[in-house]
Design a protein around this ligand. Structure first.
Ligand SMILES: Cc1ncc(COP(=O)(O)OP(=O)(O)O)c(N)n1
Ligand SMILES: Cc1ncsc1CCOP(=O)(O)O
Ligand SMILES: [Mg+2]
Length: 221
């Protein structure tokens, strides 16, 4: 979709974070993960998630402290993937979980007033009690991706549109989000575009972040 054919959406008032970096050291091929975070933030990334599926808790915690130092310097919220202990210890802004993780209900009980991201992998989850505790939903994945293969539904544009009609919660689109497809996903109802490869594998994450953001037509809050 060209910018001329798109309309300026408002940012979601509860989630004014249009470009969301999900960073893992293992997917950073050109630069260190800390350089990727810093340069992506320079390019305008508005939220960062640290996702370390292979790390020990100790290594995850050490990395989280390093990333938090950078995100704090840019006043950008840091989300921790899966690990509530790490999230609490670094005083992250929140945590992202899916179906096989600690539940949003349990998180809200142990760690109140924090952002809770919850992955939607199949339609019936929209009826789950977890929804009441979620701050945003990860539409996961929009398109299939080599970065995460243990997925259930490839939502596509029709999936985003259907979930948009079913809930007012902020929607984060994830899964093979690139410069050439994120405008359509945005216009279909996503409030945020989350990327791993598009920034972690970029030679110039700052420039790449600007290219992604330029595709997203929105009014400043
Ligand atoms: C923003 C965002 N959306 C979805 C996911 C996937 O979370 P999950 O289903 O728990 O899978 P893992 O990331 O733990 O492999 C995410 N991490 N971030
Ligand atoms: C963590 C995650 N959750 C759903 S898809 C995905 C990976 C997205 O990676 P990429 O942006 O490289 O397709
Ligand atoms: Mg998870």
């Amino acid at each position: 979709m060209s910018l001329e054919n798109s309309y300026k959406k408002s940012l979601h008032p509860a989630f004014p974070y249009p470009l969301y970096l999900v960073v893992s050291e293992e997917f950073c091929t050109q630069l260190s993960y800390l350089q990727v975070v810093e340069q992506a933030l320079q390019g305008g990334v508005s939220m960062v998630q640290l996702r370390e599926k292979q790390a020990t808790s100790a290594s995850f915690l050490a990395k989280a402290f390093r990333v938090k130092e950078i995100t704090d310097a840019y006043s950008v919220p840091l989300i921790i993937n899966d690990n509530l202990t790490v999230a609490m210890q670094v005083d992250a802004a929140g945590i992202h979980v899916g179906n096989r993780d600690i539940s949003p209900q349990e998180i809200a009980y142990c760690w109140p007033n924090k952002l809770i991201g919850y992955s939607i992998e199949y339609w019936q989850q929209l009826q789950s009690p977890a929804i009441a505790y979620a701050s945003y939903l990860g539409v996961s994945p929009v398109f299939s991706t080599a970065t995460k293969v243990d997925t259930v539904t490839e939502w596509g544009i029709p999936g985003i549109q259907a979930i948009r009609k079913a809930t007012d919660l902020p929607l984060v689109a994830i899964g093979n989000m690139q410069v050439d497809n994120c405008a359509d996903v945005w216009q279909a109802g996503a409030d945020s575009i989350a990327v791993v490869s598009a920034l972690c594998k970029a030679k110039d994450p700052s420039y790449q972040a600007q290219l992604l953001l330029n595709q997203l037509s929105y009014e400043a809050l």
